[in-house]
Design a protein around this ligand. Structure first.
Ligand code: AGP
Length: 608
């Protein structure tokens, strides 16, 4: 995924573009560039590396001076990170920035070469689009854009400037998100609201195929057929601070600390008289009563939330739950139909693999429910029902508070479905819901109790070549998330494994000093989990055990015991995930990694 920005107005355009791009670097950061109108000409500055490298390059070589232009920060898909592959890309009279992927770029490139357009400088799909726009441009920018939209296949958003249309920025959206900010006498385009919130909270959401024209600080819109479009002006519901670090060294640690508030903000409006009430999301007891099977489909951390959800929904609602990785689900010809509920979990609401599942399910009798954090995102808007989590903007690439609120929503959904189906009575449902309402304070207490210990233990992990995360039942589901957190930001390999399955092969990996992190919060499985811990310890593992403050753990079994507050076993995932987040965070910090923008990753993967 990449970040696109654009500006038209009285300010120094380069400063605005750079400032906006710093808020989008979480979307991709292997190169950056801008194109600005200066004295009627388009001046381009771009470079491989972080945005700071681009700024340094402009300080050395001079920065474009103007009041209209476009900018980009890249997560490479076609063509390695390099100066020449950085955006913007140009034809003779057109310069563009692009987010997404052009699936038929090879055929289009061949078409251009067959028509004597052979001057390609880069390996990117983006340059093909710039050349194609130039090829069709006959002096009418919107006409050229519309023509190209009919020929290009893929999911993308574009920011465009035409050399003979100074002080004007064009934008178009086909799948990849793009907003148009409206300030006083100035207008913006951006891939996400944090980029412009410093300047304005008012924005338009571009729909599929819509084209925006920014000129003289105002905006006009037209659709794919060239018809003018009136659009609703929206207002972002959070401020710039919430998209800043707030005094923390990294967004990730800030977002870990925001979890109590995020959970409280998410569940409180969905609880009425002590009972779950999702009616604001279009979900009623009648809706839930009809559900015979649940499919939870997502990617990465969101899928791990689904794994926890499987145990909870099956335990209480007594409904079969299948959890799938989105990129697998869509190709396995799933058996879905009447009475099936497909739950898509996604923080960004823009993950291409997860979005593709929606399109697949649309052709069936199954219903779709999205659990999404970003308001107005594609998945949220295309699902039959949506439960928004209210975690606020999650900037760190490694998801923490979004995962926590996804769990919270799944618990509410499970309890309401169980009650609607008559599997639990009102009293039980109220007790479970009341326990869930206490969890934000328990999360806060757990952070305070374990932060120093996790910081210390992380110093024992930084030299590891590989780690194992083990657990049984809910603890196994939870260990998947712990493992991903660690490896994606520390770059140390780790693997989560069902504790009871180790002896069937994987235990051969265990050698002297290998860290094994065991999650042991499920008391009815504790004895067996402790046996598994002893098995690895007997083979030299360094064991780190996460358990509640009353768990009876043999001191010989654990090199390190991280004790957390004891709550209802079924809710322990929301407590035990905290030390695993902290272990991952401090291991990454101790390794000197860029915690918030780990290598090779992006916050939302809008390509397949
Ligand atoms: C989370 O730590 C990861 N960065 C990643 O796995 C993420 O959860 C996944 O890409 C799904 O993103 P989404 O929730 O925005 O769909």
């Amino acid at each position: 995924m990449c970040g696109i920005v654009g500006y038209v107005g009285p300010r120094d355009c380069t400063d605005v573009l750079v400032s906006a791009l710093t808020k989008l670097e979480y979307r991709g950061y292997d190169s950056a560039g801008i194109a600005v109108f200066e004295n009627g000409r388009i001046e381009v500055a771009k470079s491989k590396g972080r945005l700071t490298d681009l700024v340094a390059k402009m300080e050395r070589e001079g920065k474009p001076q103007g009041h209209a232009g476009i900018g980009h920060t890249r997560w490479a898909t076609h063509g390695e990170p390099s100066d020449v592959n950085s955006h913007p890309h140009s034809g003779r009279r057109v310069t563009i920035v692009h987010n997404g992927i052009i699936e038929n770029y090879k055929a289009l490139k061949q078409f251009l070469i067959d028509n004597e357009r052979t001057e390609f400088l880069s390996d990117t799909d983006t340059e093909v689009v710039a050349q194609l726009l130039d090829f069709y441009y006959d002096g009418n920018p919107v006409k050229a854009i519309r023509r190209v939209l009919h020929e290009v296949r893929g999911s993308f958003a574009l920011g465009i400037v035409f050399a003979d249309r100074p002080e004007t920025v064009y934008a178009v959206r086909c799948e990849s998100p793009l907003i148009v900010g409206q300030g006083v006498g100035e207008a913006f385009i951006a891939s996400d609201v944090p980029a412009i919130i410093k300047y304005t909270k008012d924005y338009y959401l571009l729909e599929y195929g819509e084209i925006a024209v920014l000129k003289n600080g105002s905006v006009t819109f037209c659709d794919l057929h060239g018809r003018m479009v009136e659009k609703e002006l929206k207002t972002a519901d959070w401020d710039e601070d919430s998209a800043e670090k707030g005094g923390y060294p990294h967004f990730m640690i800030k977002e870990i600390h925001e979890q109590p508030t995020a959970v409280k903000t998410t569940i409180t409006p969905r609880i009425e008289n002590g009972m779950p009430d999702l009616s604001e999301c279009g979900i009623t007891p009648e809706t839930l009563k009809k559900v015979n099977n649940v499919f939870i489909v997502a990617c990465g951390t969101a899928m791990h939330a689904g794994m926890v959800g499987k145990y909870i929904i099956e335990k209480y609602a007594r409904v079969s739950v299948t959890v799938d990785i989105a990129s697998e689900f869509r190709y396995r010809d799933p058996l879905i139909g009447e009475g099936d509920l497909v739950i898509i979990i996604s923080q960004s609401g823009e993950t291409a693999d997860s979005k593709a599942v929606l399109n697949l399910v649309k052709g069936t009798a199954a219903k779709t429910l999205a659990i999404v954090n970003v308001k107005g995102s594609s998945i949220a808007r295309e699902a039959d029902m949506v439960i928004y989590t209210h975690a606020g903007p999650e900037i760190a690439v490694a998801s923490t508070k979004a995962y926590m609120v996804q769990l919270a929503v799944i618990y509410l959904l499970a309890f309401e479905m169980a009650y609607a189906k008559g599997k639990i009575d009102e009293g039980k449902c109220q007790r479970l819901t009341a326990e869930l309402m206490r969890i934000p304070d328990v999360i806060k207490e757990t952070i305070e109790k374990t932060v120093d210990q996790c910081q210390y233990i992380s110093t024992k992990l930084i030299t590891a070549d590989s780690l194992l995360y083990i657990g049984r039942g809910l603890d196994y589901a939870l260990s998947m998330e712990g493992s991903l957190k660690l490896k994606e930001i520390s770059y140390i390999h780790s693997e989560s494994y069902a504790a009871g399955e180790l002896k069937h092969g994987t235990i051969s990996l265990v050698e002297e000093g290998m860290p094994v992190i065991a999650v042991a919060t499920q008391n009815r499985l504790l004895e067996k989990t402790v046996s598994n811990i002893k098995e690895v310890k007997a083979r030299g593992a360094m064991t780190i055990v996460i358990c509640d403050e009353e768990a009876d753990i043999d001191p010989d079994a654990a090199d390190y015991l991280i004790r957390i507050p004891k709550r209802y076993e079924v809710l322990m995932p929301m407590v035990a995930t905290v030390p695993m987040q902290l272990l991952a965070y401090y291991t990454s910090v101790n390794k000197g990694n860029d915690v918030d923008k780990p290598r090779n990753l992006a916050k939302s993967v809008t390509v397949e």
